[in-house]
Design a protein around this ligand. Structure first.
Ligand SMILES: [Zn+2]
Length: 110
């Protein structure tokens, strides 16, 4: 990076020529950046295709919200959307298991 005061290249914390703190060059550098929220979109789509379509769609809708919410800095809402997406993905899995078991039971009973 370069000093905004004199234009010299800064390697450390201060400009070697004029002493301007390097921190002044990037005021946003000190702002803590929240960790990115992992979107379970992959699992949502997988559950939708493999298991239960109508329930999986809800999961995809929530998973799709995660990235857009995280992009505007709404990390709490992004995390909640991610949690809901995971919940619906598991629900899709559970519903399909029940349907499969019922299907097998009906076939076994003839
Ligand atoms: Zn300088």
């Amino acid at each position: 990076m370069f000093c905004t005061n004199c234009g010299a290249q800064i390697q450390g914390q201060f400009c070697p020529l004029c002493g301007t703190p390097a921190g002044n060059l990037a005021p946003n550098a000190d702002t803590p950046v929240p960790p990115p929220v992992a979107s379970p979109l992959f699992w949502s789509i997988l559950c939708t295709i493999c298991f239960c379509f109508p329930v999986g769609i809800v999961s995809i809708v929530y998973a799709a919200k995660v990235n857009s919410l995280a992009a505007v800095g709404a990390y709490q809402q992004a995390k909640e959307a991610a949690d809901k997406a995971k919940m619906w993905a598991w629900l899709a899995f559970g519903v399909s298991m029940i349907i499969n078991l019922l299907y097998i039971a009906i076939n076994v009973m003839g």
